[in-house]
Design a binder for this molecule. Structure first.
Ligand code: P6P
Length: 327
């Protein structure tokens, strides 16, 4: 089985990008070790702090964030990082070539119940023009990403990675190496599986309610087939399932906070997951437009997400075109 860096070099990946991905994996391996220790190391539970999202920070949110910041900002290639857990970007080498955004521990509400969580990352290049040490450097649409991926800390730790030439998966071996375990992943075009938090149903737009009602109507309904539902409350695990066997994952706009288009964040959840899904032949939208076409206005901007099997996502979009929006 091929080592991660060997695979990337054999497929003509930019040497400095390979180096950056390698150090990212040094951080993720440390996070995986911390998670394995869990309660034994006294690192379950919450801190007394809340992050910029207004969410109570788990101890492992902070630990993971600190590991990633330390490893990345210590490398000459990194101009700056932006994290779900940081109010503002943190800058490193003024001559650095890359910008990294990340959700250090997505799904962290699952940690104390021992359910899979993950690190999501997005890699951009510093734009030619831009104010030094400014958040503006990061505000690039998802199409500008040079790489994106996640490490899912599940029964095994799996890296799903794209550098713009398809999606490959690498499993963390006991040796500490990430070894190629799935090459050129492809999302099945159709599906019978959907993932949504049904408890929010009364808050959705009419179009989303109509779409999900028809999924629930099954073979007797307009879709003409029976569907299964999943909800793990960990985007990394949901996207990994979609990449692995198809499906649609959606966290739509809801009326609880009408000024925000949804719960998920564009820069370090929507964009990296969209690059993975599109590179694997799927589709990733807000139900109205492709997520990677959005020009970000601020670093913690939220986005509605509907991603996965192309035919299913296109159908969800059609429901939104056919039903007047209330947003
Ligand atoms: P809810 C985790 O907090 C997260 O950001 C995603 O990983 C996940 O898909 C979603 O929120 C779960 O949200 O409202 O079901 O708890």
């Amino acid at each position: 089985m091929q080592l991660l860096s060997a695979y990337l070099k054999n497929h003509d990946t930019d040497n400095e990008l390979v180096e950056l991905i390698d150090i990212l994996m040094v951080a993720c391996k440390e996070i995986a070790l911390q998670l394995r220790e869990g309660a034994l190391a006294g690192i379950h539970g919450t801190t007394s702090d809340t992050n910029v999202q207004g969410e109570t920070q788990k101890k492992l949110d902070v630990i993971s964030n600190d590991i990633l910041k330390e490893v990345l900002l210590d490398n000459r290639l990194v101009r700056g990082v932006a994290s779900e857990e940081e109010d503002e970007p943190v800058f490193g080498n003024p001559e650095g070539r890359f910008l990294v955004t990340f959700d250090p521990l997505d799904g962290s509400s699952n940690i104390d119940v021992n359910v899979s969580v993950g690190t999501i990352f997005s890699i951009l290049e510093v734009p030619e023009t831009g104010t030094p040490d400014s958040v503006d450097l990061f505000l690039q649409p998802g199409r500008k990403q040079v790489a994106a991926g996640y490490v899912l800390y599940g029964p095994s730790a799996v890296l799903a990675l794209t550098t713009g030439h398809g999606v490959n998966m690498f499993t963390l071996a006991h040796t500490g190496d990430f070894l190629l375990t799935r090459e050129q992943v492809s999302v099945p075009e159709t599906t019978k599986e959907f993932a949504i938090n049904m408890s929010n149903q009364r808050h959705w737009e009419p179009a989303m309610r109509n779409y999900v009602d028809d999924l629930l109507a099954g073979a007797e309904g307009p879709r003409g087939k029976n569907y299964n539902m999943r909800w793990i409350a960990s985007m990394v695990a949901e996207v990994h399932r979609v990449l692995t066997r198809g499906g649609i994952f959606t966290y739509p706009w809801d009326s609880r906070d009408p000024k925000k288009p949804g719960k998920l964040r564009l820069m370090y959840e929507g964009n990296p997951m969209s690059m993975l899904i599109e590179q694997a032949g799927g589709l990733s939208t807000t139900c109205y437009q492709n997520i990677m076409d959005i020009q970000p206005a601020h670093i913690h901007q939220r986005v509605a997400v509907a991603l996965g099997s192309r035919e299913e996502v296109e159908t969800a979009m059609q429901y939104h075109q056919d039903t007047p929006s209330i947003i």
